[in-house]
Ligand binder design. Structure first.
Ligand code: GCO
Length: 445
């Protein structure tokens, strides 16, 4: 064969491969202008919720985050939404919205501020919160670890050291019996992927390190922690419904004719999503055994926000705008609004054969220009998925109110309620009203 025919053959082979990939892994895209978003019909019993996390709303915490905020000179979380003092009023907002479930997290650093010393007064406050929700007909869903933990745990190396997992188990086992007769739904950990990659690879979360190898080790350890805690809590209360919240970010090749972009997307999809599914399904992750993780969930929580278009030159920080398609609207966070991805993420998670709880979905949108549409597109997608037979039980909008958005501080506003941080006034946004009326329509049916 001469050089010219060799090159031609090579090129033909290359084109064939990318064409096959293109059809095997379509990047769905809907024409939203033809879709009636006013027609959202969820089945009876669908759970309507909102979500928050302790460090983002409570204020005056002392944990790995406050330590990091001070050390790195970041925006301080400070009083946040002062929810620790204003929680009873905030529960009224939940009633005003009409939600029948609320996902929130318990701040480990309040429960065990010093290793082995339990703060009964803090446990009592959470207990009152639970009673207040139940009295309002709002079912609590509790997250045990949502990115924040005590400083002493961080100083011991946090989840980087496998021998520290037992401390997390102790905290969970201590807390659980106080609430397990009143609370059925539990998330052990929130987003093992975001937690480890942002903290140990991107350096944007505590402890601010930049090593992909460390990030993978932490993600594996967080999954082991989840597995251990799941089995222990189920033994204590077999009727509890326990899972974890998984952030599914879909990685799509930026240029669909570029094989390198495809390879990057496959690698990232595996590291971020595939490894966690494999841990839950097979008890293996990154080629090692994590046997305690196999079958360690009664449901899978899906936190869905966007897809990321990948190339080998993907930015190593989330502070610059990510690439997007021409037809996509870019949100304030810099990533596109892509409700089609919720369809793909849910179908992909359904391989686990577990009920799916949409534990988070929302958008940063100060002026609330995009949020009403964002909300409706995602709800429309859920209704469609349920009709197609995907077992989605709930939707928890992120978030009830504006709050401390981690590395982005207070600049990103995700709330159905606007928060004035000076006066701690909460104001219902148009998107909040839209959510309220969708919920109401369903209750009247
Ligand atoms: C996360 C968290 C939330 C965020 C939300 C908006 O995904 O980082 O679970 O705490 O605030 O996702 O970015």
């Amino acid at each position: 064969m001469d050089l010219a025919s060799g090159l031609l053959l090579g090129l033909g082979g290359y084109l064939l491969i990318v064409t096959v990939l293109h059809f095997l892994f379509p990047e769905s895209h809907l024409d939203w202008s033809n879709i009636n978003l006013e027609n959202i019909a969820m089945p009876e019993g669908f759970v309507w919720g909102v979500a928050t996390a302790s460090h983002q709303i409570e204020g005056d915490n002392t944990n790995n985050w406050t330590q990091f905020e001070q050390r790195e000179g970041k925006e301080q979380s400070g009083k946040a939404c002062d929810h620790w003092n204003l929680w009873a009023k905030d529960h009224e907002l939940l009633s005003e919205l009409g939600v029948n479930s609320y996902r929130f997290s318990i701040e480990w650093s309040r429960i065990e501020p010093v290793q082995g010393e339990w703060n009964e007064a803090a446990i009592e406050v959470y207990s009152q919160m639970i009673d207040s929700l139940i009295a309002k007909g709002i079912e609590p869903m509790i997250t045990l670890h949502h990115f924040s933990h005590p400083v002493w745990f961080e100083d011991l190396g946090g989840f980087y050291n496998r021998e520290n997992i037992v401390h997390f188990q102790n905290y969970c086992k201590k807390l659980f019996p106080y609430f397990s007769s009143r609370v059925r739904k539990w998330c052990t950990v929130n987003e093992p992927d975001v937690f480890s990659i942002m903290g140990y690879h991107m350096g944007m979360f505590p402890p601010g390190q930049r090593s992909p190898i460390k990030a993978i080790r932490v993600m594996k350890n967080v999954m082991i922690a989840h597995g251990e805690v799941y089995h222990e809590l189920k033994q204590m209360s077999p009727d509890s419904y326990i899972g974890l919240a998984k952030n599914v970010t879909i990685f799509d090749p930026y240029r669909r004719w570029n094989l390198l972009h495809w390879l990057t997307s496959f690698a990232l999809n595996y590291i971020w999503n595939g490894a966690i599914i494999s841990a839950l399904k097979k008890g293996r992750m990154y080629g090692v055994s994590v046997k305690q993780v196999k079958n360690s969930a009664d449901f899978i929580g899906l936190n869905y926000y966007t897809h990321v278009l990948t190339s080998p030159f993907l930015p190593q920080t989330t502070e610059i705008d990510l690439p997007s398609r021409n037809h996509e609207t870019v949100t304030e966070f810099g990533y596109p609004m892509y409700a089609e991805g919720l369809d793909r993420a849910s179908k992909w998670l359904s391989k686990l054969n577990l009920p799916i709880e949409i534990t988070e979905n929302g958008v940063a949108d100060k002026e609330d220009n995009l949020r009403p549409k964002h909300l409706k597109r995602h709800l429309w997608m859920i209704a469609k998925l349920i009709q197609e037979g995907i077992d989605i039980k709930s939707y928890y909008h992120w978030s009830l109110m504006d709050n401390f958005e981690w590395a982005e501080g207070y600049s990103m506003r995700f709330g159905l309620y606007h928060v004035d941080y000076e006066t701690q006034t909460r104001t219902l946004r148009a998107s909040g009203k839209a959510y309220q009326s969708i919920i109401k329509q369903h209750q009247n049916n």
